[in-house]
Design a binder for this molecule. Structure first.
Ligand SMILES: CC(C)(COP(=O)(O)OP(=O)(O)OC[C@H]1O[C@@H](n2cnc3c(N)ncnc32)[C@H](O)[C@@H]1OP(=O)(O)O)[C@@H](O)C(=O)NCCC(=O)NCCS
Length: 187
């Protein structure tokens, strides 16, 4: 578990106008409200055209209330990482190693603020998650992505993920979500 608790990444990332510091850090309980805010700031832009607003609000309340996030972090083995730019949180991911007791790292969440998308941060998160997987002898990355989230699907395909079927999940309140399952084998 060393790399999960100790991992601390810094890199210079080139914006069009200037070099800025991008820093990745492990999130703790005290960071959950920041993660919640990032989700609320990202979801309408991500899903606004493909999921009704009422359902978006329901899902945010279900998956991003602080108690649910705490449970994911403390009981379900989800590790959260934050990306910060000049000490401002601009994105996060959560992942689980040995998901379903298989040597695979599950990416549960990956969200970058709309204003910071397309700058290479998502790719850096994937590089970091690949490193963590390999350090833990996990042979593949796995994730579920909403089947109408074409932008994210394009991003994952560009970064070496392949489709591996679909999965329907009943999330309550008469809502179901259809996801594409995507997998990337690591060398
Ligand atoms: C999807 C997301 C994580 C991608 O992160 P990002 O920081 O915007 O993407 P990056 O700038 O790192 O892109 C990395 C590479 O993928 C490419 N890429 C990004 N989106 C792409 C797309 N839709 N189709 C094809 N290629 C794409 C980029 O051009 C770049 O290529 P390069 O390495 O040749 O320069 C981010 O846009 C996001 O948070 N979206 C909203 C939330 C979301 O949908 N999350 C996924 C939930 S499962």
């Amino acid at each position: 578990m060393g790399i999960l608790t100790e991992h601390y990444y810094k890199l210079i990332w080139k914006l069009s106008t200037a070099n800025e510091m991008l820093e990745f850090k492990k999130a703790e309980i005290k960071d959950l409200s920041t993660i919640q805010k990032l989700a609320y700031d990202t979801w309408p832009n991500t899903f606004g055209k493909v999921i009704p607003k009422k359902q978006i609000n329901y899902m945010l309340q279900l998956f991003y209330n602080i108690e649910a996030l705490k449970k994911q972090m403390l009981e379900k083995g989800h590790n959260f990482l934050l990306a910060e730019n000049d000490n401002q949180a601009i994105g996060f991911t959560s992942y689980e190693i040995f998901c379903n007791e298989e040597p695979q790292l599950m990416i549960h969440k990956l969200y970058i603020l709309p204003s910071k998308q397309g700058l290479g941060i998502g790719k850096e998160f994937l590089n970091l998650l690949s490193d963590i997987a390999m350090q833990n002898n996990n042979q593949r990355l796995r994730l579920k992505v909403y089947y109408k989230n074409a932008k994210a699907i394009g991003f994952y395909e560009k970064n070496g993920f392949k489709n591996n079927g679909t999965e329907m999940t009943n999330i309550g309140n008469d809502y179901s979500i259809l996801d594409n399952i995507m997998v990337k084998e690591l060398k």
